[in-house]
Structures are given as C-alpha cells and as structure tokens.
Design a binder for this molecule. Structure first.
Ligand code: FES
Ligand SMILES: [Fe+2]
Length: 324
C-alpha cells in the first residue's frame, strides 16, 4: 500500500444515510456509516469493549452504537457514551478504536490511508463534469490490486484477450505507446495497427496529432479510459487485502440526457463492460505472483511502458510517502 493517499473504497450509494455497513479494506475490517446530514465516517469494525462487530450496530444521531452493550463512537473513533455507566459519566481515554478520515465525493467513499494531518490534500478525480450520467457495477478479483491496475494499463493484450470484442481487427502491433506523467497521473496514448511487417514506432516517435484513446491512471487507485469527450469508462481498484481486490467499473456518458433512455443505454453498456471485464479476469487471475513489484524478474517489452511507469512511480511514492 502507498501510504498518505486518498483511496476510493466504496460506491457512495453503498453507505446509506442513517445506516452502517462493514467492509474489509487494506486488510482490516472497517465499519462505515453516514449520519442524517450525509457525513460519512469510518472506524475499525471491532468494539474496544468486548470485541463485537460495530458494523452490526446502528447509527444514533451522528454516532455509531455497538450492538452489544450500546457504546457510542464518534467519527474520530472515541467512545462518547458507556450506557451502563450512565450518560453523564466520563468515558476513560482508552475507550477508542482506530478511525480513518473519510469523504463522500464524485460518487465514491474515500478513505485517507496514512498519517493523520490537520490539512489533508484535496481529492482529485478526472475531467468528468456534472453533465455526465453513469451506471456502475463491481466485481471481486482474487489478486492484489496492482495486478488489476496493470491489466488496465496493458495495451498489447486486446487482440488476444478481447479478440471478439474490443480487440477485434487483429491489431497486434503496438506503436509507442506514448506515456506522460503529471501530478501523480499516468497518461497513455494508444495506437495499435495490423502487422504488415512494419516496425512499431518508438514512444518518442509517436505522432503528436494522434488523439486516439487516452488512458489515465491516477494514484493510488483510479483509472479512466477517455473514449471520447462525451464517453468514459472509469475504474476504481479497491484493495481488500494482499490477495483480494474489488473493482468498481463505471460507464459515463453525456450523449443521452433523457432519463429513461439514459438509464437503458447505461445498463446495456454495463452488460457489455461486464463481459469484457470477464475476459480480462479469466487471464489475470492466472498471473503469478498475484502482486507486482518494480523488480520481480518478469521479461517486459516496449508496449509494457505504461506498466513499467506504474511500477516505478508506485515504488517512488511508497518510499517517499512512508509513514514516520
Ligand atoms: S462489545 Fe461493544 S459495547 Fe460491549
Ligand atoms: Fe482487457
């Protein structure tokens, strides 16, 4: 895990107002709740009294109440009421659990994984304005989230894994790809062609005027495929633990704005995207090891430049952001 980052961890809709849900993230069981005003909080899902699961509790005002003996937690993880001691009684300082700063933005729940800081940085997303609508689904993959991310930065697998879908046309030769990095975001321009014996262009020979599909990956865990100005696919690769990842896929469009028709088109796209993701999943789940590192003995080639770039930046961020 890269510390000191905002991670997208759930769809906003999964945490309903006045409700609590449990989810494992970063290898830890967590309880998320939203109060009536929509403020979202996240604390460790284990009561500091006698270990009951807090995600089975309920939201009382802005607090989370343990289902066992009714201890109430605030968003900083502190117990504010021990009912058995009386509501006026002072709560000892050791009655607390770990809490994570949490936000609800861009339709995702975000958790700050790292050192507590007074001024946390702003959460960055993509160039997707309010005119877009989206539909969404998620899937569970039994790999570390690095493998799932790299699959979406892999520009040479399409004619093989997706030969009957998005990889139709046998465009096996990969020009470049052109890769740029700005502000912890990797940008990739793709231009694949049929192999007629020509040499693929080197990344620095990649033509300036090619404005085909652009992939963007923003650290630590979100990705966008800019199919066009009005059409995008976004993914969040959510770390459950070292061996499991939840992938959230969204289809964004702003072509169609008539509500019923919009819903229909968005749902049809979901069906297509589920099928395509299923094609990826079949292969990626066989990759070993299930987690990637900068130095890991794989033999890479020119088309893997986005993956190499991802590994390099991840390594750099891991050491420069490491917790004190
Ligand atoms: S175990 Fe939570 S209040 Fe007792
Ligand atoms: Fe794929």
């Amino acid at each position: 895990m890269i510390p000191n980052q905002w991670y997208a961890v759930l769809n906003s809709k999964e945490v309903k107002k006045g409700k609590v849900i449990g989810a494992k993230r970063f290898g830890e069981k967590l309880a998320f709740w939203k109060d009536k005003d929509g403020n979202v909080s996240c604390i460790k899902d284990k009561c500091c009294h006698r270990g009951a699961s807090l995600s089975l509790g309920k939201v009382v005002d802005e607090h989370l109440q343990c289902p066992f003996h009714g201890l109430e937690y605030d968003s900083t993880g502190k117990v504010v009421v021990i009912p058995a001691n009386g509501k006026e009684a002072k709560v000892p300082k050791n009655f607390k659990v770990n809490a994570y700063p949490t936000r609800d933005k861009f339709g995702f729940i975000w958790v700050w994984f790292g050192d507590f800081q007074e001024d946390l940085p702003a959460i960055k997303f993509f160039d997707i304005d309010k005119k877009f609508s989206y539909s969404s689904f998620s899937d569970h993959w039994t790999v570390h989230y690095t493998r799932a991310i790299e699959n979406q930065l892999d520009v040479s697998h399409l004619p093989f894994v997706h030969s009957n879908s998005i990889g139709r046309g046998n465009k096996t030769l990969v020009n470049g790809p052109k890769v740029e990095v700005e502000d912890n975001m990797i940008r990739v321009w793709v231009n694949n062609e049929k192999d007629k014996g020509q040499k693929p262009l080197k990344p620095d020979e990649f033509p300036e005027d090619i404005k085909e599909t652009e992939l963007q990956f923003r650290f630590p865990n979100i990705w966008q495929n800019r199919l066009s100005e009005k059409l995008r696919i976004v993914a969040a690769f959510v770390p459950i633990d070292e061996k499991n990842t939840r992938i959230y896929i969204r289809f964004y469009q702003k072509f169609i704005r008539v509500p019923g028709f919009r819903r229909l088109i968005n749902s049809i796209s979901d069906i297509g995207n589920k099928w395509i993701l299923g094609q990826d999943k079949k292969v990626v789940l066989t990759q070993r090891p299930i987690k990637t590192e900068l130095e890991m003995g794989e033999n890479l080639f020119q088309a893997d430049l986005p993956i190499i770039t991802f590994r390099r930046i991840r390594e750099k961020l891991k050491s420069s952001n490491s917790t004190k």
